[in-house]
Design a binder for this molecule. Structure first.
Ligand SMILES: [Zn+2]
Length: 101
């Protein structure tokens, strides 16, 4: 099992949210949007993002696409919005305290 491609789609309801649609082994598609997650128990599990990939229009609709097989990534200018904050990495710094007797 390996992820072969990934598309990032911006949420319509909340532009701060990006959903990730993953292609596994070049065939199986999964998504992490609510539309996909709410259909846990159905066989025809799909969402607008998966349908977009299957219809071949994902490249026009997504914010970014990463192809792990070729190592190439494409992003729209929207995705490179300078106001977009980079995720902060929590890295607790342990300060050494000098103990004075
Ligand atoms: Zn989705």
């Amino acid at each position: 099992m390996a992820i072969t491609q990934m598309w990032k789609f911006r949420s319509n309801s909340n532009p701060k949210i990006l959903y990730e649609t993953l292609e596994h082994d070049g065939e199986r598609l999964t998504c992490n949007c609510p539309g996909w997650c709410n259909k846990k128990n159905t066989l025809d599990r799909t969402c607008r993002h998966v349908r977009s990939v299957q219809a071949g229009i994902a490249n026009e609709e997504c914010e970014a696409k990463i192809d792990y097989r070729t190592g190439t990534s494409k992003s729209r200018k929207f995705f490179m919005d300078p106001t977009k904050k980079t995720p902060e990495i929590s890295n607790p710094v342990h300060k050494k305290r000098r103990i004075s007797w």
